[in-house]
Each structure stands twice: as C-alpha cells, then as structure tokens.
Design a protein around this ligand. Structure first.
Ligand code: DAH
Length: 341
C-alpha cells in the first residue's frame, strides 16, 4: 500500500476550506478522522511496515491528524459565528411598534398660494404667470416709469449680465399686467402669484427674493368700490374673520390715484406692538386705479377702459396668517420651522 500523506493533507485541507455548513464539515471529519476514516485506516495498517517506515509514517500521520483536527475545529468556530450573526440579523420582534416613515408636506408659502388662488378663482379671476427674468420695457417703461425717472430708484434692481438683450430680475409682479393686457382685451380679471427680486439688505421683514400676488380688474366702469368689495371678501376668506382694513394715499407711477392697504395688526389686535411698530396697522399691499399711460402702452384706449390693480406681499400675508416674525425663515430650510405647518 502506497501512502501519500502529502496529497491527503492538501485534499483534506481544501475540503475544510470549502465547507459551507456544519453538516458538510462533520462529513469531512468522518471521512478523514472518523473510526473508519482515511487516517485511522493508515494508522491501523502501519503494523505491517518495516520498523523504520513505521516510525516515520506513524509520526507524520499523527502530525497530520493533529493538523486536521485543529483546522476543522477552527472552521467549526467560524461557521457557528456566521450562523449566529445571520440569526441575529434575521430576527424579527413583531411586538415592536413600526417605524413611522417621514412624510413631507407643502411649504407654508405653497399652502397660502393655493388658498389665495382658490379664493380669487371662486370670484372669477384667472391665474396668470410671467417670466422672472424680464426686459426693462415691461418692468418699468410700460408701467409709466420712464428711463432716468427717479421712481426707478424705488425698485432696487438686479441686472443680469446678458449680451443680446438687457435683462433684469423682475422687481415686482406688475409687469405681467402689461404682458397680459397686450394680448388680451378687457373685460379681464387676473391674479399673478410670483417670485420677485430686489437688491436689498435683508432683515426680519426684507428679503432679496420674496413673493407677490398681483391683481388686475379692467372693464368699462370699474371703481374703487369694486376694489374694496373684492378685497374685503378676500380678507374674510383668507384670515377666516371680518377684519378692519384701510386705504391710505400712496404713490405708484402705474396707478392714479394710488393707495396702500393696511389691516388691523393680528398680533396685537390693533392695540400696538413691535410687529406693527405700535401703529396697530400692518401694510400688506399697494394698489390704485390703473394709470391711463399703462393702458396706452398696452394699446388700449384709456377713455374706454377703467380698472384697478393691486400688489400684495404674499409672504407678508403668510406671515400674518401664521404669526411668523421673520421673513428669512421661509427660505432658510430650517426643519424646526417647516415641521410646524
Ligand atoms: N408693484 C408695486 C411694488 O412692488 C406694488 C403695487 C402697487 C402693485 C400698486 C400694483 C399697484 O398693482 O396698483 O411695490
């Protein structure tokens, strides 16, 4: 009988290495180290060998036996550990309450935008949009603010570095009045919710980027009375209560007469507080009767048509509704703020 212990060692070691589970490992143990295993057979048969060979094979066989035993022992440990981990990973405690998935929600400005649109749509207004990068004509000239007129300074403008055409980031939503009247004949009733931009230092009530809702109503005999009726209804539906509001003379180049609209301060109920600078009133919009020059710029006859327009600070409306004291919170991305809505 030829005994090749080297080949046996390589073969057995390979099998141990590849063993995938404990049953397979037990099989390997039996195959080599079991009572009828290969090594046991060799050890049983060395009696027949010469004295010298007996000593050599006996020694080597015992070494191989010890070697395989330790290999199998170590592999058994590794396999058991692996099973332990798997069991831990796959263990499910069905009594633990489930994890609540994070559910997003609308931004407060989106919520109020939808409310404002719904209120005006119910009163027959159409929702219109316009571009945020605008040409001078619509932002200024068509609105009766000629070049070099000091009134332009009232709108701190951000100019874009464009080559072909001089563009700016619109400073108000009013340009959409002209854009719309150029293409649509009265009678018309529109609102324009949108983003506007000003080159301004920011503080609790001023942002470089903020939001406005423009309104425009044009027909044959439109007066301030129509305006007051619509605005009063809007406040009632938006703030869900009857609010005192007042019109105060103001100046805008695109309206004549012009006024601004204030409501009773909701924070103090009109008694006076830091939010309303102790006046009891909060200014929410500019408004007025559309200036004849605006009609002319849109190729409409001012003797034939009359109308009013307004420009609300939509973030201001939102701040009043939810009692938010800093406009910068809207774009801050602060989840502690956003989770409250
Ligand atoms: N566009 C004006 C501003 O941003 C607000 C405004 C005033 C809009 C009077 C109007 C208006 O439509 O009639 O300051």
């Amino acid at each position: 009988m030829k005994i090749d212990l080297k080949a046996l060692k390589i073969e057995a070691e390979n099998k141990v290495k590849k063993a995938k589970d404990l049953a397979e490992l037990d099989g390997i143990y039996k195959e080599y180290l079991g009572r009828k295993g290969e090594l046991s057979l060799i050890l049983g048969s060395i009696k027949k060998l010469s004295k010298k060979e007996k000593a050599r094979i006996g020694k080597e066989s015992n070494e191989l036996k010890a070697f395989l035993e330790s290999k199998i022992k170590r592999k058994r440990h590794v396999l058991k550990e692996h099973i332990g981990i798997l069991e831990k990973e796959e263990w499910i405690d069905i009594t633990i309450p489930g994890k609540k998935p994070m559910v997003g929600h609308l931004h407060p400005l989106t919520k109020t935008k939808r409310e404002i649109m719904a209120i005006f749509q119910a009163m027959g207004f159409e929702v219109v949009e316009g571009p945020e990068s605008e040409i001078e004509w619509y932002n200024f000239d068509a609105l009766n603010i000629p070049k070099d007129h000091p009134a332009r300074d009232a709108w701190d403008t951000l100019w874009l570095k464009t080559k072909a055409e001089k563009l700016l980031l619109r400073t108000h939503t009013s340009p959409v009045q002209a854009r719309y009247m150029e293409k649509n004949n009265p009678p018309l009733k529109i609102i324009v919710p949108g983003k506007v931009f000003r080159h301004e230092a920011t503080n609790a009530s001023h942002e470089m980027q903020f939001y406005q809702v423009e309104g425009l109503m044009v027909d044959k005999e439109i007066t301030v009375t129509h305006f007051k009726a619509i605005i009063s209804e809007f406040f009632k539906r938006f703030f869900k209560k009857d609010l005192d509001f007042r019109l105060k003379p103001d100046y805008f180049p695109f309206t004549e007469p012009s006024f601004d609209i204030s409501i009773t301060c909701l924070t103090c109920g009109g008694k006076g507080c830091p939010v309303c600078k102790n006046t009891g009133w909060l200014e929410l919009a500019g408004a007025g009767m559309v200036h004849p020059n605006v009609f002319k710029a849109c190729k409409l006859n001012p003797r034939e048509w009359q109308g009013w327009a307004f420009g609300f600070g939509w973030d201001r409306l939102t701040m009043m509704k939810y009692k938010i004291n800093d406009i910068r919170l809207f774009n801050s991305g602060d989840l502690r703020f956003l989770y409250q809505f």
